[in-house]
Design a protein around this ligand. Sequence first.
Ligand code: SAM
Length: 227
Amino acid sequence: PPLYKQRYQFIKDLVIKYKPKKVADLGCADCTLLWMLKFCKCIEVLAGLDIRENVMKERMHRLSPLPADYLQPSERSLTVTLHHGSVAHKDPCMLGFDLVTCIELIEHLGAAELEKFPEVVFGFMAPAMVVISTPNSEFNPLLPGVTLFRHSDHKFEWDRAQFQNASTRYDYTVEFTGLGTPPPGSEDVGFCTQIGMFVRKYPKNGEAVNSEKHTEHAYKTVSISLY
Ligand code: SAM
């Protein structure tokens, strides 16, 4: 399957393995990953955030309950909420999540947004687990036609050392993996997509959580689907 589908499947497999109840997808674009995750029975809360509201709305109807969902209500309750906003801003709606995914998001952030991103995700949202994927620039020479970056909207593409150095500064343990294996003879360039899996080292201190609840809202709610 194409790499983007492998990335979604990677997250779905992780959800099946760890059974998080609350999952947020940052940079959710047309909500394809959220739509796939809505079928995971362990999930009770799904949230999506993107800075491009129109892209998020394009295929958002997929997140609404179907007639069958009303006719055969399931045991679990599920709430799917879409927010319009930036990962450079804190909003209390992103507190208390078990898993936060950032799939091919960070390379789209400008310098000022990228600088705020870790404090927002690891410091403020502070979910139990964070998964970040981004292109591995060491793989680029194997991709036909790629001169600088894989996409014109990419602000940077990191090699493995750059991603790993940026990833070890938080109160999270991190393991690196990836998707898209190089052809025989080029094994040393690593995966096409690099993935960091971050697990919070300490339980979130209750006092900090309470004070953060007073943070003002920065995102706009675009849609809420209740199952
Ligand atoms: N995660 C999706 C996937 O894997 O198919 C979409 C990846 S797309 C390459 C990057 C997405 O990040 C776009 O939908 C873009 O609008 C969004 N994005 C860019 N900057 C953002 C920001 N500051 N806050 C939230 N989303 C942002």
